[in-house]
Design a protein around this ligand. Structure first.
Ligand SMILES: [Zn+2]
Length: 148
């Protein structure tokens, strides 16, 4: 027989906050370090790049990498461990060893993904807090009725 253990509400709530803060930190790395590391002329061409296949890999519950295949067939990757790095199969990346337009496009797609996840986390916390408030009110009302 297996037993399942569900952590208590404060533990779950702080788990959600920790996970959201990790997503926010990764988003800041992409926005403030990775995208600005590209040549501005290259970054401006990223809007023309379509990512046809977007994948996220995780390791022990944390995002380990974002991978994308562009519509033109280039395989591109952004990884976070052991440190933030990127790679693309295109000639521009190979020649310059700097973020190409595909890497920038993947970073922008990844930012959208992170924003959505952070938003879902915020909604989960809001819903949880609301239910806790309702239960507290009910319990308070029951107590009041028992005592009168
Ligand atoms: Zn590229």
């Amino acid at each position: 027989m297996t037993t399942s253990y569900t952590p208590d509400l404060p533990t779950l709530r702080s788990g959600l906050l920790d996970a959201m803060s990790e997503l926010k930190d990764q988003r800041a790395i992409l926005r403030d370090r990775l995208i600005p590391s590209a040549d501005p002329a290259v970054a401006s061409r990223a809007a023309d790049v379509a990512i046809s296949l977007f994948r996220v890999t995780t390791l022990n519950g944390s995002i380990d990498s974002f991978q994308g295949t562009t519509l033109t067939g280039w395989e591109t990757r952004i990884s976070f461990a052991p440190k933030t790095g990127h790679h693309c199969a295109c000639p521009d990346w190979k020649n310059r060893q700097r973020a190409c337009k595909h890497v920038v496009a993947l970073a922008e797609r990844a930012i959208q993904h992170l924003v959505l996840k952070e938003h879902r986390g915020a909604q989960a916390i809001e819903a949880m807090d609301e239910k806790v408030r309702l239960l507290q009110n009910e319990a308070h009302e029951s107590l009041r009725q028992l005592r009168c």
